[in-house]
Design a protein around this ligand. Structure first.
Ligand code: NOJ
Length: 522
């Protein structure tokens, strides 16, 4: 999509609503039970109706799917499971036609073990220098080169038939690249240009705090670095992540992206402190960083307020971002208690998120109020389940395909009766069809909120002013436009701030804001 000179001063993404499409689970066009690019294209009308400004597409590149596409065997081609390059071009053109921008995932920390480089490296070729191969420790080199653990559980090293070990901070099928290698850097530049030339509007950068490893690959200190699996923040003392040299990679990416006016970079940054986070969003590095504060905060007004204040302070003059859920964490309806309670709280938090200045990232299905699905063990596919010996169930529960219309088993997700994860029988009430015309539905709430956010002048300005509020409540006002957002997480009704109500997450009680409810006023 074009960007004019005027836009450069106020970038299009500054207050955008992004919508994360987990490609496998959004819409399946060919009946194989897995979502695909044509499926997304067929639902662009829905996304326009919802009112989102941009999409983030999870990886659709050639991949053996050991980590559902985050193991990339060719970063410049589409996996046949999802379509082909022509389908991608059609999707971008049509999305732009609907006024929706398209950003794509970039996976620079690792490749698939089936990537031709890694296969050549295993055969002893010079491509070994592009990964981290090391001899083992102890007699016969039988012990891994250091004590690093994989984010998915178990050791971060796997031994090869020639006796050496290679590093993988995620699954063994995801060998880490060596970012000191010039070929590795040059290849990423090719990949960036390839997709920019095809018209993408930016990149979501996977494990943006990865890439650079501490020089010499020193052991991690188990007293400082907790052994955790899944998505979580890494302390600065973790030699695996957040090393200073990673910022060179982001500067290199930025130089390429800056040749395409309007293109945006958003990093997935799991670091422990706000100060460390801020280092990634400097003017010559990433435009935006994912902020997981709301995704990791309980439904409690004081904690939410603290998370908001800290997040705004952390980016300084930069743009804050907000996320309640994504494909790596439990869906927030469930996190907030599930059932009616979880839904009520999720509705309230949607209004909090969409009232805040900056960029909101929605995760597909949250606008339908989807909970995490409780899947039977036989259905689980996330490598975390296997790597932890079943101790952790992994992320499949938040990745179940979207229910569109009609009956189970696939509710219009697929023209066939297969879906790659089983869809719960009770999801009939969550379909788009059943919510579209219902003014009280979660979908209607999101549509209405996004429309107001786009059209009402009350949302102008980025500064927040906090009002005094009863315990368990808060109210902030956007200083520029005057929008007031009030949240009640206590168990008693409280007086609404003065003003005219624009929207509420649930029925209001006269001049009172009921428990587990948020309201917008001017
Ligand atoms: C973060 C992605 O969001 C997650 O889904 C993936 O498993 C890891 N990075 C590894 O690429």
């Amino acid at each position: 999509m074009g960007t004019t000179a005027d836009d450069a001063a106020v970038p299009w993404w500054q207050d955008a609503v992004f919508y994360q499409v987990y490609v496998r689970s959004f819409a399946d066009s060919d009946g194989d039970g897995v979502g695909d690019l044509e499926g997304i294209r067929s639902r662009l009308g829905y996304l326009e109706l919802l009112g989102v400004d941009a999409l983030w597409l999870t990886p659709f590149y050639r991949s053996p799917m050991a980590d559902h596409g985050y193991d990339v065997a060719d970063p410049r081609d589409v996996d046949p499971l999802f379509g082909d390059l022509a389908a991608f071009d059609r999707l971008v053109a049509d999305a732009h036609g609907h006024g929706i921008r398209v950003t794509v995932d970039l996976v620079p920390n690792h490749t698939s073990d089936q990537h031709p480089w890694f296969q050549a490296a295993l055969r002893g070729g010079p491509e070994r220098a592009r990964y981290h191969f090391r001899p083992g420790r102890g007699p016969g080199g039988e012990q891994p080169p250091n004590n690093w653990t994989s984010v998915f559980g178990g050791p971060a090293w796997t031994r090869t038939p020639d006796g050496s070990w290679y590093l993988h901070l995620f699954a063994p099928e995801q060998p880490d690249l060596n970012w000191d290698d010039a070929d590795v850097r040059a290849d990423l530049v090719r990949t960036l240009r390839f997709w920019l030339d095809r018209g993408v509007d930016g990149f979501r950068i996977d494990v943006a705090h990865g890439m650079a490893k501490a020089p010499g690959l020193p052991d991690l200190d188990p007293a400082v670095v907790p052994v955790l699996t899944g998505a979580h923040a890494h302390p600065a003392a973790d030699p695996r992540f957040d090393n200073d040299e990673v910022h060179d990679v982001h500067r290199m990416i930025r130089q390429v992206v800056d040749r395409h006016p309007g293109a945006v970079t958003i990093g997935e940054i799991w670091v422990e402190t706000d100060e460390r986070f801020a280092r990634y969003v400097r003017p010559d590095e990433l435009h935006l960083g994912f902020n997981f504060a709301l995704a990791t905060t309980a439904f409690d007004a004081d904690s939410v307020r603290r998370a908001v204040e800290r997040s705004v302070a952390a980016v300084g003059a930069g743009t804050p971002t907000w996320t309640l859920s994504n494909h790596d964490v439990e869906r927030h309806v469930t996190r907030y208690g599930g059932g009616e309670v979880g839904l009520r709280r999720a509705r309230a938090m949607a209004l909090v998120e969409l009232a805040l200045p900056g960029v909101a990232f929605l995760y597909n299905g949250e606008e339908l109020g989807l909970p995490n699905a409780d899947l039977p063990e036989w259905a689980l596919q996330d490598p975390i389940f296997e790597r932890t010996g079943g101790a952790e169930r992994g992320r499949d529960g938040c990745r179940v395909p979207l229910p569109w219309e009609g009956p189970p088993p696939t509710y219009g997700f697929s023209p066939g009766d297969k879906s790659w994860l089983p869809m719960p029988p009770e999801w009939a009430a969550h379909t788009v069809e059943s919510q579209l015309e219902d003014p009280g539905s979660m979908l209607s709430l999101y549509r209405h909120a996004i429309e107001l956010r786009k059209t009402s002048e009350a949302f102008a300005g980025t500064e927040l002013e906090w009002y005094g509020a009863p315990p368990g409540c808060f109210a902030f006002r956007r200083k520029g436009g005057g929008l007031i957002c009030a949240l009640n997480t206590s168990d008693a009704p409280v007086p609404l701030p003065p003003g005219t109500t624009l929207l509420a997450s649930g029925p209001l009680d006269g001049e009172e804001l009921p428990p587990e409810t948020a309201a917008w006023l001017v």
